[in-house]
Structure formats: C-alpha cells, structure tokens
Design a protein around this ligand. Structure first.
Ligand code: ATP
Ligand code: MG
Length: 420
C-alpha cells in the first residue's frame, strides 16, 4: 500500500515540538500586546497580483518562490509568501489605513525554495506592522519591541542595520552600482548576471564567496542618500546608543524585497553562516501608494519561528503545569471519575487531567500514570465512590491522602503550586 508522506519541505510539528512552538508564540504575542499591537488574521490565499505589485518583479519570491495556481474561473491566486502585503491590503480594504495602526500576525507562509535546515516550503512567521508614523520614533519602537522579546527569551542575536534611502536615492544609487559592477561582469555567474540586469542592488547580499571582494569594494548606498534619509537614520542610531541597544551598521544590507526604503535591519545568529537571519524588517513608506492612492508611512518586521527555535535549541521553559492521572478500578465508577476530573480542571487551568479508560489493577494504572509523567494519581475505587472521596497520590514522594470532594479545592490549592 502506498504510504503517504508530508509534502517535501513541509513538516509535521508533532506534540514534542509543538509545545515549544506554542510557548514561543505566547511570548511573542504577549510582548506585542504589551506594546499596543493587535492581532490581524488574513487569508492564506491572495490575488497573485497583490504580491507582484508589492514585493516586486526581479525578487526571488516573485521569480521562483510562490505557490501560484489558477482556479476554475481563471483567477490567479498565490499562497502568501510573506505577511506585509496581506496586512496592507486588509487595512486598505477595510478603511483602517488612515489612523495609526499597530498589528501583529502569526501563522504559516509558503515559498518554493530548496529545503534545508532553517529553510522550508511551509514555515511560520510572527510579524508586526506599524502603520502611519514617518518619524524615527516608530523605527526605534519596533526595535525596542524586538529587543524586549529577546530579553524575555534570554537570547541575544546581533542587530544589523542600514539605510537604503528613499526611492529616488535608490534609483540614483543603482546607476552608480551598475557602472561599478559592469566592470566585473566576467566574474559573475549566470544568476548574478541576471541580477545585474534586473536588480543590481540584490548583488550586494550575494552569498557567493567568489565575488566577496568585488562587493566589499562597491560604492556604499549610505554615500548616496538624501539629507532627510540620513538624518532619519542618524536619529535612530543616536537613540539606540542612548538606550544602550547594541547594533552593527552594515552598509551591504539591502533586504530582498522591493518595497523597503530607509531603515532595513536583520537579527543574525553569529554562530552560523547560512540561514542565520532570525528576524528581518524595515520601513516601507511607498508600499501603500501601490495599493491605494495615498502615501502612508509604515514599517514592519517578521521573525522566522523555526529559525528562532533552532537558534534557541528548543530551550524554552514551559508554563508550570501539574499533570493528574485518574485511575479508576471499576467501570461503575466511570461517571464519578469524569466528574472529579472536571472539578480538578475547573480549579486551575494549569491542572492537566487525563482519565484512565481501562479498569485494570492499580499497579498497572500507576505504571501508566508514570509513563504519562503524571505528578499526581487520583485513585477511585468503590469505597471512594460511595463516600464521595478520592485518594490523591503524589507520584514523586509516593505520599497519599484521602480527600473529601467538598475539600478538594482547598486541598489542591494548599498542597500544589499551580504557578498562579
Ligand atoms: P533568507 O535570506 O534567509 O532567505 P528572507 O530575506 O527571504 O530570508 P524574509 O522574507 O525577510 O526572509 O522573512 C523573514 C524571516 O522569515 C527570515 O529572517 C527567516 O527567519 C524566515 N524565513 C524566510 N524564509 C524562510 C524559509 N523558507 N523557511 C524558514 N524560515 C524562513
Ligand atoms: Mg529568502
């Protein structure tokens, strides 16, 4: 019989891993909420043109990474490769783009890339978008939020930051770059020659070691930006210095998507050479112009959840919980045991209760409780059932108490730390 497997590059997240996933997501969500961001959920599918218009031709995503299909009515849809375009589309569609808006999202994204460690075809991002503020304070706020997240997780990736100026600056800079790179055309491979034609900026973040030196000597974008852009960037750096937030200014950092302008940044795991970008973001003051007629300043970032988990080595404290296993000696006591399970669940959300569904001897049930890593085994026999009690056994100490159902809340609260 044919055994089905998950699609290449798309993995199952099984219970052992999913709990880290969920814990991490909870930390990210609570940080974003504390900074005043609210959740936005957008569909997985969007009109293909939304991504083409916002991310831009000549980017890897548009050229080769999107999962695109045509439906029965000949409409072209794509599975979202990133979150910003969808957020911007939703805010415009619902008329929410006029006021200051701070939103976060978390979910799966899809890119047809070569699967390898840290690079999947379905992966997850947690991102935030800050709409409506042009001044440098918004940039600082985003970086502060991300740093707050790293502090909560006790990690310290390196912040790399740059400015790529405004659209006009970039147009002029691209001409300078073209002039420079054209001298080295014979050193480029086919893909690089193509980049030179379509989007020479993208050569700057090439990972090809053979052209390292050429890139290192290339004219710097920071020497070709307007005074306003420079002032905006200097203000950010000066506040970061005052806030004691460490960063590395990297004038080769350009970011892959077309919609960025001015500030671009990444957080990097310095111990790895590839797939080491954990979080990436930047300003995109010109994206909305493509989606509605208005000019709305904005910026955002996205954290790759899989990359962050791998960077943290899945080292994430879980919320404190206590596991109860209910051992029932006799089918006649089944309903009674269900009742006790619900009473315990209601006492604290950090009490996890599983019922036994086989009425084998106590020894076998205690073994099962151990296998489930239960902290407590609640034992119910005929006697407990008839006098409205249960036995609660501490699986660590082996100590056991008979507890009256009327007192169970007081008993558990005074004997068990539920983390609240
Ligand atoms: P990279 O340079 O690694 O390809 P990118 O510039 O394409 O990254 P963004 O589009 O900025 O990445 O996405 C933000 C973050 O999402 C990345 O920093 C990374 O952590 C994560 N990410 C991007 N693509 C993938 C993928 N295919 N699999 C897993 N995580 C990814
Ligand atoms: Mg990529």
């Amino acid at each position: 019989m044919k055994k089905f497997q998950s699609v290449r590059g798309m993995k199952d997240i099984l219970p052992n891993e999913s709990r880290f996933f969920r814990n991490l997501e909870n930390v990210l969500i609570s940080a974003a909420n504390q900074f005043g961001f609210k959740e936005i959920k957008t569909p997985i599918l969007e009109d293909t043109n939304l991504f083409i218009k916002s991310i831009g031709d000549g980017t890897d995503i548009i050229e080769k990474e999107m999962y695109t299909f045509v439906d029965a009515k000949n409409n072209s849809f794509s599975m979202r490769p990133e979150g910003t375009a969808s957020c911007a589309r939703a805010l415009v569609e619902h008329g929410l783009n006029d006021s200051i808006n701070k939103v976060w999202y978390s979910g799966p994204f899809f890119r047809h890339e070569r699967p390898q460690k840290g690079r999947y075809r379905q992966f997850h991002q947690f991102g935030a978008e800050f709409i409506g503020v042009e001044s440098y304070e918004a940039d600082v706020e985003m970086i502060s939020l991300i740093n707050f997240i790293w502090k909560s997780l006790d990690v310290d990736p390196v912040l790399k930051i740059n400015t790529i100026g405004d659209i006009q600056d970039r147009k002029k800079y691209i001409l300078v770059l073209l002039d420079y790179f054209s001298k080295y055309k014979h050193d480029f491979n086919e893909a690089e020659k193509n980049k030179l034609k379509v989007n020479p900026l993208r050569l700057l973040d090439s990972k090809n070691k053979n052209i390292n030196e050429i890139i290192a000597q290339a004219p710097k974008i920071t020497d070709h930006i307007s005074m306003e852009s420079k002032l905006h960037f200097d203000s950010i750096l000066s506040i970061l210095d005052k806030k004691n937030i460490k960063y590395e200014q990297d004038d080769k950092l350009v970011r892959g998507l077309d919609y960025y302008n001015r500030t671009v940044f990444e957080y990097i795991d310095k111990n790895h050479e590839s797939q080491n970008t954990i979080c990436a973001g930047g300003r995109y003051d010109f994206l909305f112009e493509n989606l509605c007629d208005k000019n709305i300043p904005a910026l955002g970032f996205a954290i790759g959840i899989e990359r962050l988990l791998e960077y943290m080595n899945y080292n994430l404290e879980s919320e404190k919980s206590n596991i109860f296993y209910i051992a029932v000696m006799n089918e006649d006591n089944y309903l009674y045991s269900q009742n006790i399970a619900n009473i315990i669940r209601k006492i604290s959300k950090n009490y996890i209760v599983s019922n036994s569904y086989s009425y084998v001897n106590l020894k076998a049930q205690l073994k099962k409780a151990n296998k489930l890593s239960a902290d407590y085994c609640v034992i119910i026999g005929d006697e407990e059932c008839s006098n409205n009690t249960c036995q609660i056994k501490n699986m660590d100490s082996g100590y056991q108490d008979a507890v009256d159902l009327d007192n169970i809340e007081t008993y558990l609260k005074s004997n068990i730390d539920d983390g609240n």
